[in-house]
Design a protein around this ligand. Sequence first.
Ligand code: SF4
Ligand code: SF4
Length: 140
Amino acid sequence: MNAQSAVESQPMPIEYNCQTCGACCAFFTVPVDSTEQHGPEWLKRWTQPDSGSRIMRGTKGGNGPDTSKRPLNRCIALSGGVGVAVHCALYSSERPQVCPDFRPGCELCNLARSAYHLPVDARFDSKAWWNTRQRVDGTP
Ligand code: SF4
Ligand code: SF4
């Protein structure tokens, strides 16, 4: 392989543009930590109880590798089409802390994107990720 073809065979870098993605907002259960300062009206409108704590409304789901078995879990604050154009109604005001802490391009970002068949890091293997998880916690 010459230098030219080596360069041409490099995978294209992924653009992690959250405004055209939204996969993580429609894949994971989104917890709202009890230490966060949200008022009762905010909690009532945007969250739901879950196992003694609260999560963003709409995000209680399976998060499993088989999307056909996964109930549709999608944060109530998300509008638009995943993988096309999305908007978070709480973006500049009062998102739960887990949202700004979530980093585009991280392993879980790639996992969520793979569930929606969006481009992921060439080194990320979602099947291997799930296999590792099964070994760790026995999740089928
Ligand atoms: S999955 Fe990644 S790229 Fe998509 S919205 Fe979430 S952080 Fe952004
Ligand atoms: S609050 Fe906004 S950023 Fe956080 S999960 Fe919901 S839609 Fe996504």
